[in-house]
Ligand binder design. Structure first.
Ligand SMILES: [Zn+2]
Length: 282
């Protein structure tokens, strides 16, 4: 079922056990815009069926927040203008060249090109896989793009992000709502989960300039500004105490700086920043 955030904004909640991210819908007087197309044609179909049940203008645009499979593999189901930033466009080209038959999938699995979960979803939720080719984007932008849906503007911006180099966020000024995709999360490199430390403060600046009141996140659904501020605070204090690949040093520095033990979230972030140093020292 779609969640209604306002008269013009809806979203389908994320579903973690099936690696399904949050999907968004913004409606103007004339058109509607989808944010992320789902992790499979099946996911996209279910979203479109939910949209049919509500009385909204036709879907004219779909924005992909970044080129991670769970956010775009449903693209082919959506008959709309596909909008991405130029970096996402480059990364999607690789997916357009892939084959989706069992033999190819097995090969991608054994070389770690695709995760086991991704292969499972492809096998169970894409029909006619043998001939499947991912659609190409129609509109490619560099830094920002404004889309008018009819008395409802969406501002798309490619921001600096700790998650990927191709993160697009979508701001709806009328409602003060910001769709973040996965941009605020860390990332995994060589099996190590880490936050790109150098990008943290530039990213927070890019996001906070909108003064949004509500945030939609790829794998959390919805946060208000209070929850988001706590998140920024915890991740920032964690970052400030990590200056080397030593977890022990960071923990000592935290206690000296803040005169308390870090909470569970802060420990999680400290470890991720330490991992970032480990990766850079290799
Ligand atoms: Zn992602």
């Amino acid at each position: 079922m779609l969640n209604k955030l306002s008269d013009s904004i809806y979203y389908l909640s994320n579903q973690d056990d099936r690696e399904r991210p949050t999907l968004g819908l913004v409606c103007g007087d004339r058109y509607s815009l989808i944010i992320d197309s789902g992790n499979s044609p099946q996911h996209a179909k279910e979203f479109l069926l939910e949209i049919e049940k509500i009385n909204v203008p036709p879907v004219k645009y779909v924005v992909i927040t970044h080129a991670h499979w769970d956010h775009f593999l449903g693209l082919n189901e959506i008959d709309a203008t596909i909008i991405v930033n130029s970096q996402t466009s480059k990364m999607l080209k690789e997916w357009q060249r892939l084959s989706y038959d069992d033999r190819s999938l097995q090969k991608y699995g054994s070389t770690n090109k695709l995760s086991a979960m991704c292969i499972k979803i492809i096998q169970t939720e894409i029909s006619n896989r043998e001939g499947f080719t991912l659609k190409s984007p129609d509109v490619i932008f560099e830094n920002t793009l404004t889309v008018d849906l009819g008395n409802k503007v969406c501002i798309l911006e490619k921001i600096k992000s700790t998650h990927t180099d191709d993160s697009t966020i979508v701001f709806v000024p009328d409602e003060n709502v910001l769709f973040l995709g996965d941009s605020a999360y860390g990332t995994t490199t060589n099996d190590l989960f880490h936050y790109k430390q150098s990008l943290l403060l530039p990213m927070i600046k890019d996001i906070q300039k909108y003064n949004a009141e509500m945030f939609l996140l790829g794998h959390e659904s919805i946060c208000d500004s209070n929850e988001m501020n706590i998140y920024w605070e915890e991740v920032t204090v964690a970052s400030q105490v990590v200056k080397s690949p030593s977890l022990e040093e960071a923990m000592v520095s935290f206690k000296a700086e803040y005169k308390r033990d870090p909470n569970d979230n802060e420990v999680f972030f400290i470890k991720a920043f330490v991992n970032d140093h480990i990766l850079h020292s290799q």
